[in-house]
Design a binder for this molecule. Structure first.
Ligand code: ADP
Ligand code: ZN
Length: 248
């Protein structure tokens, strides 16, 4: 019996990466919050991070886009805000998100992408999560002028939501998703006019969430100007360091 356990644990070393092992060893829920302005690379990084950590990735933007594609009541309502570059009202987002989490029944943890986007959403999240949780808020910081370029060239997969960029990360075949062969499209809110509005909404409503998490001492900053790989490595390193800290 001991021998089998030993063999299994040695095999485990080869099959799970070390950070996944650290996550498995936690008895608390792990909630990673990826923050940053529109176009900072949250979506791209979340998809990769989800694989690296073996944790689900939840994007409130993707949930809205699914609803808009299916033309649900929620989707139709959300579209009236999103197409103007405004935030969807807190209560609508919060209900949609927690409904999704409840249905999926995530027990180990998850990566939040695009939530919370207001201080009130951050407070609601705290209430729902309680104290028995490890929260890590990572902000991908980058200057506004770089964002407009990134966003107006953005293409998204209709089926799996993976973002591409005409200039910075083009798909191998034009207009076809590398991952799932789905068709790529340009989002209605990815025009220059709407982007300017989204940036001002970001600075007014979302940037204050940074101070909120700084106060809670769960805040980490990553430079999002760097290459995709460098940004990714910094994110993973940050998470690894937090998980490696001795438990209080
Ligand atoms: P971005 O590329 O700007 O990060 P997302 O795909 O995350 O955009 O979201 C697209 C739009 O969906 C936002 O501009 C906003 O209108 C709406 N939205 C997404 N998440 C939230 C949220 N947490 N609160 C309010 N509105 C949201
Ligand atoms: Zn795809």
């Amino acid at each position: 019996m001991k021998f089998i356990l030993m063999v299994l644990s040695i095999m485990g070393l080869f099959f799970t990466n070390p950070i996944q092992g650290k996550i498995q060893d936690q008895d608390k829920l792990l909630v990673i919050i990826l923050m940053g302005p529109p176009g900072c690379g949250k979506g791209t990084q979340s998809v990769e991070l989800s694989k690296e950590l073996n944790l689900p990735h939840i994007s409130t933007g993707d949930l809205f886009r699914e609803n808009m594609q299916k033309q649900t009541e929620l989707g139709k309502l959300a579209k009236t805000f999103i197409d103007k570059g405004n935030l969807v009202p807190d209560q609508v987002v919060v209900d949609m998100l927690f409904d999704h989490i409840k249905k999926q029944g995530y027990t180990k943890g998850y990566i939040l992408d695009g939530f919370p986007r207001t201080v009130s959403q951050a407070e609601t999240l705290d209430k729902r999560l309680g104290n028995d949780v490890i929260k890590i808020a990572i902000n991908l910081s980058i200057a506004d002028d770089l964002l407009i370029e990134r966003i107006t060239g953005r293409l998204m997969c209709k089926d799996c939501g993976t973002p591409f960029n005409k200039t910075f990360s083009p798909p191998a075949k034009a207009n076809i998703c590398d991952k799932c062969q789905g068709a790529l499209y340009q989002r209605d809110d990815d025009t220059k006019e709407v982007m300017v509005k989204r940036l001002s909404v970001y600075h007014n409503q979302t940037a204050p969430v940074i101070d909120f998490y700084k106060n809670e001492k769960v805040y980490y900053d990553v430079d999002a100007k760097k290459s995709k790989k460098e940004v990714f490595d910094s994110i993973v390193k940050t998470i690894d360091e937090v998980l490696s800290k001795p438990k209080a």
